[in-house]
Design a binder for this molecule. Structure first.
Ligand SMILES: Nc1ncnc2c1ncn2[C@@H]1O[C@H](COP(=O)(O)OP(=O)(O)OP(=O)(O)O)[C@@H](O)[C@H]1O
Ligand SMILES: O=C(O)c1ccc[n+]([C@@H]2O[C@H](COP(=O)([O-])O)[C@@H](O)[C@H]2O)c1
Length: 216
């Protein structure tokens, strides 16, 4: 499905030198995503962070994910108040599996080779980097910044990151952030069970979910 909207910012290529790329399924987007994106933006002096909802998330291709229009609109609602945040439909508008290597290659073409691209992830996602498509080339085109996530043993994450850095000769930075034990899975379950999700995600996103019966 193609979603057309004047709010698509993926073609804005005005000269920037350090861009954050925050990929995710965002089903739904929550404060865990927003906090890591904002903290990493500040810590690494990124000029902006582009949120890229996945069309077909590579590791969830056999899992039912919510309609792309809903995930796109929820991501827009969640990020609209931050002038440094943008949302791109680059993956949503493609019917291919949303491999990060393809997205980063497209962004490199848009922004040019001199713009640094920093892929923002949670520590759980970075620990699976070995299983991503074409990691060798991906590692040459971007760096990775991984935020700690509750439930993961820090020493094991550190060990895994060191192995990945050595194996792919790439830059993976780890940043320790205030732990937010929030996940989209938990939010979906809470909504289905009629429990409150207030303060786990931005209020407009919560309204959107209830108004459109997104997780019934
Ligand atoms: N609470 C959190 N703390 C740190 N990183 C997070 C947190 N929630 C999500 N992330 C990271 O954000 C990225 C996108 O995550 P995703 O959209 O899959 O959310 P999720 O909460 O992990 O979803 P689900 O529960 O459906 O698997 C991933 O790199 C993930 O590791
Ligand atoms: O490119 C890959 O092979 C790949 C495999 C797993 C995850 N990713 C990306 O990592 C980000 C987080 O994924 P997820 O499944 O936790 O939402 C999202 O942008 C995915 O496209 C990418």
């Amino acid at each position: 499905m193609s979603i057309t909207s004047p709010l698509d910012l993926s073609n804005k290529s005005s000269k920037v030198s350090k861009v954050g790329v925050m990929g995710g399924t965002f089903d739904p987007i929550h404060y865990g995503h927003l906090v890591i994106a904002e903290q990493i933006r500040c810590e690494y002096e990124l000029e902006k962070v582009i949120f890229i909802p996945a069309g077909i998330p590579p590791h969830k291709s056999n899992v039912r994910v919510t309609d792309r229009k809903d995930r796109y609109l929820m991501t827009l609602l969640a990020t609209i108040t931050n002038p440094y945040f943008e949302v791109s439909r680059i993956e949503l508008d493609s019917n291919e599996i949303s491999y990060t290597i393809h997205t980063i290659q497209k962004l490199k073409k848009i922004y040019g080779k001199d713009t640094e691209l920093h892929f923002i992830t949670g520590a759980d996602a970075i620990c699976e980097l070995d299983t991503w498509k074409d990691v060798e080339n991906l590692s040459k085109l971007c760096t990775f910044i991984a935020a700690t996530r509750p439930g993961l043993e820090n020493s094991q994450v550190d060990e895994k990151i060191e192995t990945l850095k050595w194996k792919y000769n790439t830059s993976i930075k780890k940043i320790k952030l205030p732990a937010l034990a929030i996940s989209s899975t938990d939010i979906r379950n809470r909504i289905r069970e009629g429990q409150s999700v207030k303060y786990l995600l931005p209020e407009p996103v919560e309204y959107y979910i209830h108004k459109n019966n997104v997780y019934v």
